[in-house]
Design a protein around this ligand. Sequence first.
Ligand SMILES: [Zn+2]
Length: 278
Amino acid sequence: MKVFISVDMEGISGVATGQQMQDPEYGRFRKLMTQDTNAAIAGAFEAGATEVLVGDSHGNMSNILIEELDPRARLISGSNKLLCQMEGIDETFDAAYFVGYHGREGGSERAVINHTISGLCVTEIRINGRPVGEAEINAGIAGYYGVPCVLITGDDVLAEEVKETLPDIEAAIVKRGIDRFTAELLSPQHAQEIIKEKAKLGLQKAKSIKPYQVAGKVTFEIEFKLTNQAQMCTLFPTVELISPKTIRIETDDYVVGYKQLWGCLILGMKATRSVLGG
Ligand SMILES: [Zn+2]
C-alpha cells in the first residue's frame, strides 16, 4: 500500500504563532514538523503501508530535516512544483494524509494562522462558488487520481471545517484554536501519539473512504487582497477578471484548472512586489 503525505507547518504540534516558523525559532519547529511527519509515517507502516512519499508543503518547501526523517520514507523537497503541495501524487497511491494543515483564510476567528495558500494575496478561494481551504483544494487533486484522503492533523477548527467535503477523514486534533495567533497546545509527545493512532486508523479504512472528486465543469475563483494581484492574472487568456480583485477560471478538468489557479497565485505574489520583467 502506497501513502502520500503532504506536510504543512501551521498545524504542526506546538505551533501557535507566525514567528515560530521564522528565525530564531524556526529550527525548533522544523524539528517538530519532522517528528509529526514521522508519527504519521509510523502509523502508516503499522497499518500495512509498504511505501510512503512525503511532500514538504510549507513556504520554500524545504523544512523537513531529512537526516531525522523515518528512513522508510522518501521526501520531495524544494518549491518549483507544478502541483504545489500535492507534487508527487498519482493514481498509484492508496491514500493521502494531510499533516500540519490549517483553517482557511477568514473561515473562523479561532483558526490558528488561518490563510489560504498565500496570506499576502488571498482573501478567499472558491470552487464552484463554495469557499475552500487548502485541504479541500488538495483533496480534489488526490480525488482526481482516485486517492482518498484519510488523515488530517491540525487544530479543532480545521477538523470541523473539512467535515462537509471529507466526512470520513480521521482528524488528529493537536491544538485548540483560540485566536489566529493563539492556541491551547498538547505536548508534542501526546500530539504525536494521537497522530500515529489516527494515521493507522485512517489507512486501515482507506478502501471504504470515497475519494473527493469534483467531476465535470469546475469553476475556481480567487478573491485577491489587491487589484494589482488580480489584474496580472489576465496574462493567461483563460483567466477572466470578474471584479477588480477577483478572477475566475472555468475548466472541465480539475487539475488543468488547479494548475492555472496555482499559476495565478504565483503571478499575484509577484505582482505584490511590482512586476519589473526580465
Ligand atoms: Zn504553510
